[in-house]
Ligand binder design. Sequence first.
Ligand SMILES: [Zn+2]
Length: 230
Amino acid sequence: MFSVDVLIVMPHPDDAEFGAAGTVAHWTKEGKKVVYLVCTNGDKGTSNRSLSSERLAAIREREQRAAAELLGVEKVIFLGYPDQTLEDTPSFRKEIVRYIRRYRPKIVVTSDPYRRYIWHRDHRVTGQVTLDAVFPYARDHLAYPDLMEEGLEPHNVEEIWFWGSEDVNHRCNITDTFALKLAALRCHESQLKEIGMPNLEERLKSRAREMAEGQDFELAEAFHRERIAW
Ligand SMILES: [Zn+2]
């Protein structure tokens, strides 16, 4: 049966680059297959009043594809929900289960749902729904008999990793892939304009340095990593 090594479930175009691009670049260099699942089209991420949601969504899709290509990501799937509309619903959960069962990843990476206070609602919802989809919905054959009929057999994900976590227990060395992370982020030109980061490289580097604190390497991406004991 077809399977990939890593499925990244992100709320908006650009989230995976901020959270995990250095780690993704390592995985793809090692020959691992990585697939991106982008939940929303990011169509509200602008302060430019003359830019329509449709145009912005098209721009962000193009930017996301360019970033993924640079990182060696195998495939990018857009679920196309409007920005800021994700909810923890049975249909959204089932959709994530569908892709987990189709791509059968060893590792799923997503946004930490338990970050406190200021955290985009789409980030919270995506993390929670993905965690629930991984366990127990993707695993249990009785969860979705209709998916079984479509040939989507249950699947046990081995690990789930969260970026944006306040409870970090795993740090990946991205010293060698930092330049690629930066280049991938620069593909998201429409968003960098919004955030107004003229000194993107410096800010990213100091953040990556903080994440590597106490390690014997310079730059890191930090995650909460859960191994799933079935
Ligand atoms: Zn986001």
